[in-house]
Design a protein around this ligand. Structure first.
Ligand SMILES: *[C@@H]1O[C@H](CO)[C@@H](O)[C@H](O)[C@H]1NC(C)=O
Ligand SMILES: *[C@@H]1O[C@H](CO)[C@@H](O)[C@H](O)[C@H]1NC(C)=O
Ligand SMILES: *[C@@H]1O[C@H](CO)[C@@H](O)[C@H](O)[C@H]1NC(C)=O
Ligand SMILES: *[C@@H]1O[C@H](CO)[C@@H](O)[C@H](O)[C@H]1NC(C)=O
Ligand SMILES: *[C@@H]1O[C@H](CO)[C@@H](O)[C@H](O)[C@H]1NC(C)=O
Ligand SMILES: *[C@@H]1O[C@H](CO)[C@@H](O)[C@H](O)[C@H]1NC(C)=O
Length: 328
């Protein structure tokens, strides 16, 4: 997907803005190991300011959209195109610049896979509407890619059994299930003191109740303390109400950061797969996905996941930090 850049000044410019009096530069980090987000998520900027997107690991875009359709490129909007960055890259990272020309809100999303539906959005001067924008993004249906969101058909309801902490391990067994709408998932708690707590892909180790922008209350079994050798094992069940992925973690101190996470209907052929979710939980070490910086350290997935090759043909990838695109 190539934006029409005919009217756009595409230029290589040095990263120096001293000629622009008063103009400020706003740095935004895009992605990074296991991070499906722009950081910060929104900024307030004055006319003349420059927003510099620093593309980190994986393969993201910065694409302009609208409040109503967060995951669809706006007519005439700017688009960085895909900017692949190898998992083992240590920088310098490619950058793209956007110059702020008025005070109207500018809505931005990542055009990769279902990143936008996972909440990978950004805004300049959003006013009070950022939460609405992100909410719209998360509830929008992925367009184009037919494979994402492909759901198993509804049929006779089944019950899926999952053990929690079997053999003293910090794990759910199995770690993920595919379930139809109407199915029940029953968790059986083995010895120790675990939970089954709903989170989100972007923030694996925090309750959805605290991260949802729609006010959704995530389910939570609460702590299930089970004595060693107990003969009666408590259970907790959830009903699968729709085909969206369900993300779960154990909220006992340290467990999520050690990878004690679970998923229902994760799309394993897409970016929001179980492996990526677990890796993000471990990378964040149980901390908030929104309050930590784009942490260096362990990469979310093996570097083999990134195919080499030419990215969006026609684009100049500015791999030196002294070079940037001017998007308009
Ligand atoms: C990164 O990985 C690729 C492919 O595995 C390899 O060709 C390249 O040399 C690596 N680069 C660095 C900086 O390690
Ligand atoms: C279970 O863990 C929670 C949180 O750490 C703690 O408050 C509670 O006392 C524990 N229960 C038992 C019986 O150890
Ligand atoms: C399904 O809906 C019921 C009733 O609204 C709710 O209690 C339950 O938490 C929902 N299940 C999931 C997995 O969100
Ligand atoms: C991960 O978190 C645990 C506490 O949950 C802490 O003890 C440990 O030092 C942390 N590890 C890293 C590498 O930050
Ligand atoms: C799983 O997700 C990661 C991170 O988004 C991605 O790199 C990897 O290719 C995905 N796996 C598959 C099989 O698509
Ligand atoms: C980046 O993502 C785009 C869209 O999914 C894909 O066409 C392109 O091949 C990817 N580039 C690399 C190097 O993975």
């Amino acid at each position: 997907m190539f934006p029409t850049f005919a009217t756009c000044l595409l230029a290589l410019v040095p990263l120096a803005f001293s000629p622009f009096t008063q103009a400020a530069t706003h740095d935004v980090t895009v992605g990074g190991p296991g991070v499906l987000a722009y950081k910060p998520e929104s900024i307030n900027a004055a006319v003349g300011d420059v927003v510099v997107f620093h593309f980190q690991q994986k393969n993201h875009t910065a694409t302009q959209s609208t409040l109503a359709n967060p995951c669809v490129k706006a007519d005439g909007g700017f688009d960085s195109g895909f900017v692949p960055v190898a998992a083992n890259s240590t920088g310098p990272f490619p950058v793209a610049q956007f110059k702020v020309t008025d005070t109207k809100p500018v809505w931005v999303f990542c055009g990769q896979g279902t990143h936008c539906q996972s909440g990978m959005v950004f805004a300049i001067n959003p006013g009070n509407n950022f939460a609405q924008f992100k909410n719209n993004a998360k509830s929008s249906t992925p367009g184009g890619t037919a494979s994402s969101g492909a759901a198993p058909p509804t049929s006779g309801a089944a019950t899926h059994q999952v053990t929690v902490g079997a053999n003293g391990e910090l794990a759910y067994d199995p770690p993920e299930v595919t379930a139809n709408v109407g199915d029940t998932i029953t968790f059986q708690f083995m010895a120790k003191n675990h939970t089954v707590t709903q989170s989100s892909f972007a923030d694996p180790c925090r309750s959805l109740t605290f991260t949802s922008t729609t006010g959704k209350v995530g389910f939570d079994s609460g702590f299930m303390a089970v004595a060693a050798g107990a003969t009666t094992l408590p259970t907790y069940s959830i009903t699968v109400n729709d085909t969206s992925p369900i993300w779960v973690y154990c909220k006992q101190t340290g467990h999520c950061g050690k990878g004690m996470v679970f998923a229902v209907n994760a799309v394993d052929s897409g970016p929001n797969n179980y492996t990526a979710f677990k890796a993000l939980a471990q990378q964040l070490n149980g901390t908030s996905g929104t309050s930590t910086g784009s942490a260096p350290g362990s990469t979310a997935t093996s570097s083999g996941a990134l195919r080499s090759g030419v990215g969006s043909g026609g684009f100049v990838l500015a791999v030196a930090s002294a070079v940037a695109w001017l998007l308009c």
